[in-house]
Design a protein. Sequence first.
Length: 171
Amino acid sequence: MGDSRRFELMGNLISKRFPPDKYNRVLDIAGGQGYLSLNLMERGYVCKLVDSRKSGYSRKIRKRHRPCTDREVRKFSHDLYYTVDIVVGMHPDQATEEILRWATLNRKPFAVCPCCVMPTSFILRDPSMSKWKWWVGYLKSIVKNTHSVDEIYLKMKGKNLVLIGVPIDKE
């Protein structure tokens, strides 16, 4: 299992790069039981969580923050519309690519920590590259014309790369 601090560390990064006074409405994709949303709500964000699993929120969130967030059970797709300021995903598995496509289409900033299992789902196009390196390159290629992307590493065990994207101003 992942590092128990992952949601706190991701929340720290998001709040530093996208402060809640400017980026208040967050779309948390494949957020599972809502731990990242909980962390962000405690920092002053308003979160909408979309996840295809029907497992629901953790007991902690149901007790403390149920009224502060909105959970939608559905498979996320880049053609859905939401009124938000930023889109995030913490190890969102198959939704990683859709998050980036959504951010591109809607010109919204994003913070996504890609999942480690997804590179194994693709046929490696360049045998000289590791599957992980190819996967990260592929993800960055989705947004290369619309976003400036930084790679930031969280100080945690497991896959800790976070791609932070900010829309490029059109001139």
